[in-house]
Design a protein around this ligand. Structure first.
Ligand SMILES: Nc1ncnc2c1ncn2[C@@H]1O[C@H](COP(=O)(O)OP(=O)(O)OP(=O)(O)O)[C@@H](O)[C@H]1O
Length: 228
C-alpha cells in the first residue's frame, strides 16, 4: 500500500447548530483516486472545506486531521466557474493564471516548458489559442484540470467536475485523471454523484450517509478483480 498523505480520525463536521458528519475516520493514500459520495446536503463540500482549513492551519485540527503534505501542494477544482461564451482569455493564458509569480509579465523558460507539458498531458494542443469561452464543456474541464496541474500539486480535489458532461466526456475526463494519477503520482479526491464512474475508476469510496462516513476499498471489493 502506498504512503498515506492524509489521516482523518474521529472528526465531527459541523455547521452552526448541527453536526453533519459524526466521528469520521479515513485515510487517503498517495497515487489513488478516492471518490467522495453521498446525497445532496450530506456535507461533502463542508468536509472538503474542513480539510483545506486544516491543511492551512495545522494546529487547530491536529488531533483529527493530519496531512503529510503542505497546503501549497493541494489544488481544488471548484464545481462552478463563471465562464460564459464571451470569456475572452485564451486557453493557454487561463492555464497559467494560477502561477503566483507576478513580477514578470511573461513566462520564464521552465514555466513555458511546464505549460507545454501540461497542455500535451491534457490534450489541449488543438485549442490552446482559442478563447476559453468558445471551448466545449468537456474541453473546459480539461482546461481547469490543466490550470490546477500547473503548480505541481500532490493532492487534487475535483468538485463534481463531470456533472455537466455527456457520458463520453465523463469517461474521457476520468480516463485522463487516472492517466495523470499514474504519471505524476498525484492523489485525487473526486466528489461525485455518479456511481458508474465510482465503480469504473475509483480506488476508494468514502460514502457519507445518515451523518456517518464509510470508506470502501474498491480494488479489493470489486467483483472480477478489476483492480486486483
Ligand atoms: N455556513 C453554513 N451555515 C449553515 N448551513 C450550512 C453552512 N454550510 C453548509 N451548510 C448546510 O450544510 C449542508 C451540507 O452542505 P454541503 O454543501 O456540505 O453538502 P454537499 O454534500 O456538498 O451537497 P451537494 O451534493 O448538494 O453539493 C447543507 O444543508 C447546507 O445548506
Amino acid at each position: 500500500m502506498s504512503k498515506k498523505i492524509l489521516q482523518v480520525e474521529q472528526l465531527n463536521v459541523t455547521i452552526p447548530g448541527k453536526v453533519l458528519i459524526h466521528q469520521l475516520s479515513f485515510d487517503v493514500y498517495s497515487g489513488t483516486l478516492l471518490c467522495l459520495t453521498g446525497d445532496n446536503g450530506v456535507g461533502k463540500t463542508t468536509l472538503i472545506k474542513y480539510l483545506l482549513q486544516a491543511a492551512k492551519d495545522t494546529i487547530s485540527f491536529q488531533k483529527e486531521i493530519r496531512f503529510n503534505i503542505n497546503f501549497d501542494d493541494i489544488q481544488l477544482v471548484p464545481q462552478f466557474r463563471d465562464i460564459d461564451d464571451e470569456f475572452p482569455l485564451s486557453v493557454k493564458d487561463f492555464i497559467v493564471l494560477n502561477l503566483t509569480r507576478q513580477w514578470l509579465p511573461w513566462l520564464i523558460k521552465s514555466e513555458n516548458e511546464q505549460l507545454q507539458k501540461i497542455i500535451n498531458l491534457t490534450n489541449l494542443n488543438d485549442i490552446k489559442n482559442r478563447a476559453l469561452g468558445r471551448a466545449s464543456g468537456g474541453e473546459k474541464q480539461r482546461v481547469y484540470l490543466a490550470q490546477a496541474l500547473m503548480t505541481h500539486p500532490k493532492l487534487l480535489i475535483l468538485d463534481e467536475s463531470t456533472s455537466n458532461l455527456d457520458y463520453e466526456s465523463r469517461i474521457d475526463l476520468l480516463k485522463l485523471v487516472k492517466k495523470i494519477i499514474a504519471q505524476e503520482q498525484l492523489t485525487v479526491i473526486f466528489i461525485t454523484h455518479d456511481p458508474e464512474l465510482v465503480q469504473m475508476f475509483g480506488d476508494f469510496e468514502l460514502n457519507i450517509n445518515n451523518g456517518h462516513g464509510e470508506l470502501s476499498n474498491l480494488r479489493l471489493t470489486t467483483k472480477g478483480g478489476k483492480h486486483a
